[in-house]
Design a protein around this ligand. Structure first.
Ligand SMILES: Nc1ncnc2c1ncn2[C@@H]1O[C@H](COP(=O)(O)OP(=O)(O)OP(=O)(O)O)[C@@H](O)[C@H]1O
Length: 552
């Protein structure tokens, strides 16, 4: 990822004075060291003045400088109030019975000036260096990657806390919460306390999910443990300890055998068994709470089945091999905010490939390819947190694609995409299918599944209702049981005399079927039952093979 990206990322509108980020970082570190070492108030005062002038010279707004200074308020106030009265020396003045000493005042002044100078230096660094460039520069001066990623995670937690707070307060206000007279109301304090508790829990839960997403993309392990230049698509099948040929190509990307999983007393999966052949396109469907997300966690090795067995590429998932197997399985989670954590789109997409230990040029190439695949090349320099939900989803998909996994799982990928975005994603899925990837999509979209999938898994209340081809989606009894509905393309045929059994899976197939019916010379006016609602209700309720009423 190297220089190209770093050089292009200067913050707009300010003059950094020192062009190279690593030189800038070193200069600031040295000046910080000198500031810490200096003890003369006059030297520190002059230094603070010079730093302020330099900040203004760089074009950094005074509001920003003052805003950053405000962060010092609690520490500054503590130093100013505490130190003069607790230092031995010559009495300077008395206040509320306490004696402030001259030495104490000098020491407090020195500490305040040190804080102000350090604050100016850091303001300069942060204002002229985007955060991820800064982190990269820190890595180049020898700070361990794991520490920097922890910093990223903590920063993300603060962003999350803010986002969660904004959305929670908006939701509360829309439900009638107001702050009138709150100062005197015990109820308001109680409510506020509850809200803060929920807020921290929500942010905690979300940061847990982000942590899992980071792990899934090789984060927090540094380049050393993932340093093998092994990508999913080219990886050899590593079948360990099962007496199989280590280079043999496995037949199944996943095999799920009699799997049970419960959250405490809540049984989420109950004796589920199926397999997913390598290169297949699988739709995982079922009503809310059916167990789809739980199954995805098992397929990604993030959870282990409590009984039964899950195999990935022929290897049983266990506690000690989950990390390694997970690199071959990429998961795009339902909520992109659970997956994105870097401060720019390209940095986020580069996160996984970098953890695979790839060289800068290859990382750059993959980022470009993955962003191009999801139509987000132009937004590569933007912060992901300023994007729309649909755009974030594309970034999340690109982040997983860039790791080139062999098996990719997408949880409700179509939600929040505009129609064009859906078409593009479908094209992308087709391309991925042609590349030989195994794809599993958890979806409620019957029309999409009917057209796209070559295998459908229907789940209900933790049990596998049925597994088979997309023909299952035309079975009235099954779709009723799975709380689905008949694919839209099939509905008009249910209203056509003698055409009820037609099962078009694509618009093209439907057009061909209609054309054949026309060529047979059927009279549409006589064949179609009049139905002002387009036959949806009728088609939904009528069991297969139901005979039509004669046209009126
Ligand atoms: N962390 C959890 N703690 C307790 N119960 C859970 C937890 N996560 C899921 N469940 C329960 O497990 C069952 C399966 O949930 P899961 O999220 O896997 O369903 P799903 O099919 O993905 O649902 P949806 O379509 O609504 O996303 C549900 O009854 C749910 O309430």
């Amino acid at each position: 990822m190297g220089k190209a990206i770093i050089a292009l990322h200067e913050t707009e509108g300010v003059n950094p004075l020192i062009k190279k980020p690593s030189h800038r970082l070193w200069t600031v570190l040295i000046l910080l060291g000198l500031t810490v070492a200096a003890w003369q108030p006059s030297v520190l005062g002059i230094a603070a003045g010079v730093f302020l002038l330099l900040l203004l010279w760089c074009g950094i707004r005074i509001q920003l400088i003052l805003g950053r200074l405000l962060l010092l308020l609690p520490f500054g106030a503590g130093a100013a109030l505490f130190i003069p009265f607790h230092t031995e020396g010559k009495a300077a003045f008395k206040w509320m019975g306490f004696v402030a000493t001259e030495e104490g005042i000098e020491r407090a002044t020195v500490i305040l000036l040190k804080l102000v100078s350090a604050n100016f230096l850091l303001t300069y660094l942060l204002a002229v260096t985007p955060l991820f460039v800064l982190l990269r520069s820190l890595r180049s001066v020898g700070i361990p990657a794991v520490l920097l990623e922890l910093i990223l995670l903590i920063m993300r937690y603060f962003f999350l806390l803010k986002d969660e707070a904004v959305s929670m307060f908006k939701a509360q206000r829309s439900r009638g919460m107001n702050f009138k007279g709150w100062l005197w109301s015990a109820r308001a304090y109680k409510r506020f306390g509850e809200l803060m508790g929920v807020l921290f829990l929500r942010a905690y839960e979300r940061s847990k999910r982000i942590y899992i997403a980071m792990l899934a993309r090789g984060g927090l392990e540094g380049e050393s443990s993932m340093g093998r230049k092994e990508t999913g698509l080219v990886a050899r099948a590593t079948i360990v300890g099962q007496g199989k040929d280590a280079t043999a190509k496995p037949e199944f990307a996943a095999e799920v055998m009699g799997v049970n999983f419960a959250y405490g007393k809540i049984k989420a999966l109950n004796g589920v068994s199926f397999d997913i052949p390598v290169g297949s396109k699988v739709a995982l469907m079922g009503p809310n709470g059916a167990g789809k997300s739980t199954l995805i966690s098992l397929l990604n090795g993030l959870e282990l089945s409590q009984s039964g067995e899950v195999r990935l590429f022929g290897e049983t998932v266990k506690r000690d091999n989950g990390d390694r197997l997970r690199r071959r399985v990429g998961v795009v989670y339902q909520d992109p905010d659970d997956q994105i954590f870097s401060t720019s789109v390209e940095e986020d997409v580069a996160f996984g490939p970098r953890n695979l230990g790839l060289g800068a040029a290859e990382v750059e190439e993959r980022v470009d390819w993955a962003l191009g695949s999801v139509g987000m090349r132009e937004m590569r320099r933007r912060s992901p947190f300023e994007l729309s939900y649909g755009q974030k989803r594309r970034v999340a998909i690109a982040g997983v694609l860039a790791m080139k996994p062999e098996f990719i799982i997408l949880d409700e990928p179509m939600s929040f995409l505009d129609p064009r975005g859906r078409d593009e994603l479908q094209e992308l899925l087709d391309d991925m299918g042609e590349m030989g990837l195994t794809i599993l999509i958890a979806t409620h979209d019957v029309d999409f599944a009917a057209e796209w999938a070559d295998k459908v898994l229907l789940l209900k209340e933790g049990k596998l209702l049925a597994s088979g081809t997309a023909e299952l989606l035309f079975d009235d009894v099954l779709i009723e049981q799975a709380s689905l509905h008949l694919p839209r393309l099939a509905r008009p045929f249910r209203l056509l005399r003698g055409a009820e059994e037609h099962r078009p899976r694509s618009v093209k197939q439907a057009a061909q079927m209609i054309w054949k019916l026309i060529m047979k010379g059927a009279d549409p006016a006589a064949a179609v039952k009049p139905d002002s609602r387009g036959g949806q209700e009728d088609a939904k309720q009528r069991p297969a093979g139901h005979k039509h009423l004669p046209p009126s």
